[in-house]
Design a binder for this molecule. Structure first.
Ligand code: NDP
Ligand code: PYC
Length: 338
């Protein structure tokens, strides 16, 4: 094995990931969607949800916990409301199945809510909202995950790392997008820190005795994460449970039982979206106004806006290819051929 880095084109990475998914029982339509999503994360430098996740996808599929062949059922439940039953499959194919109907409703009514249930989300959220903003719409999404976050002042994990992502068009450049966990750190980054043997910053988690720790292994082995920002992040995490599970009809982060599926890693929960046409009834200045506030933030001294690092990484990958360590490339080849 070498320690060199190779550079792979986006399309080649998608094909390789697609092969891994189909080899592990995912239908070809679902495999394409998941491969594009995962390759997009790697290309943009969302490394906690790029190819790092492939062994987890495979392990969950092999355990029988998630149905790679699932065919989602889309239900039209109101002039501005779409529900999807994912039938135990991944969230992204369920989202794709509903996307056209959601867009039609946003064009018809100015707004649409999308509630997906009985679904597995194992990725970043920005790929779910950025395309709406590319088409001129504002989109917000939340998803709950697996119980590993203790409520503020609490003793046992109730919440998932419950991310929230928001996308808005703005003038003259790529959309404003942020995508962040409501825990102090994403679970994926704790796993990466444990693998690379480095400590976390203080304030991110507790050990199995509820004591603050910076050791990622202590968090992973019986410990838990904390919400970001104390009681304020706590309320966001709770809101995510309400929207992603109570409203959609999915499971809370601590409610599903995967103990009978050794190797299962994908949270079996729900996802909520709201998509808005910002120019409905307005004067058409929305994207310009968003640019104005973004400029004010930068002029006030913020280094950069969320999303800028991803887009810079994406631009670099378009020129030079997506960098993969030889070790990771070998890992993918082994999953594809092994
Ligand atoms: P980060 O803290 O890395 O980043 C959060 C957001 O802040 C990003 O939009 C990022 O933009 C932006 N940002 C980071 N640093 C700065 C800065 N200095 N100035 C301005 N903006 C900044 O994200 P998390 O670790 O909280 O989450 C990582 C990923 O994990 C997310 O994609 C999330 O969706 C995913 N996740 C998925 C879960 C699931 O259940 N599927 C559960 C939990 C997390 P940029 O990307 O450009 O750096
Ligand atoms: O990184 O916290 C995380 C996470 C949970 C589920 C998928 N990613």
């Amino acid at each position: 094995m070498t320690t060199d880095t190779i550079h792979i084109g986006y399309d080649d990475l998608v094909s390789l990931l697609e092969r891994i998914f189909t080899r592990n029982g995912v239908s070809s339509a679902n495999a394409r969607i998941l491969a594009e999503n995962c390759a997009g994360c790697e290309r943009d430098g969302s490394l906690s949800h790029g190819i790092f996740r492939m062994p987890g996808y495979v392990s969950s599929l092999k355990s029988g916990w998630v149905d790679g062949q699932a065919v989602p059922e889309v239900e039209d439940v109101g002039p501005a409301f779409v529900r999807v039953h994912a039938n135990g499959g991944f969230t992204q194919p369920a989202f794709f199945a509903a996307r056209k109907r959601v867009m039609e409703k946003v064009r018809e009514t100015g707004v649409c809510v999308l509630a997906i249930r009985r679904s597995h989300h194992f990725s970043a959220l920005w790929p779910d909202v950025e395309p709406f903003a590319d088409e001129g719409f504002v989109a917000l999404t939340v998803v709950n995950s697996m119980a590993c976050v203790v409520p503020h002042g609490g003793k046992t994990a109730v919440f998932g790392t419950n991310p929230i992502a928001f996308a808005s068009p703005r003038d003259g450049t790529f959309p404003f997008v942020f995508d962040q966990a409501s825990s102090a750190i994403a679970h994926g980054d704790v796993q990466i820190a444990a693998r690379e043997d480095h400590d976390l910053k203080p304030g991110m988690g507790v050990d199995s005795n509820g004591q603050p720790t910076t050791d990622p292994k202590a968090i992973l082995n019986g410990g838990a994460l904390l919400p970001f920002g104390g009681h304020k992040g706590n309320s966001i995490a709770l809101m995510v449970e309400i929207l992603s599970a109570a409203l959609t009809g999915g499971y809370f982060s601590g409610e599903f039982d995967w103990s009978g599926h050794k190797g299962a890693q994908t949270p079996y929960t729900g996802q909520f979206f709201i998509v808005i046409d910002p120019d409905r009834g307005g004067d058409g200045s929305f994207a310009h106004r968003v640019s104005q506030i973004c400029d004010l933030v930068l002029e006030a001294g913020q280094d950069r806006l969320p999303g800028e690092r991803r887009h810079a990484t994406r631009a670099k990958a378009a020129e030079a290819g997506i960098p993969l360590s030889a070790k990771n490339h070998e890992m993918l080849l082994a999953l594809a051929d092994g």
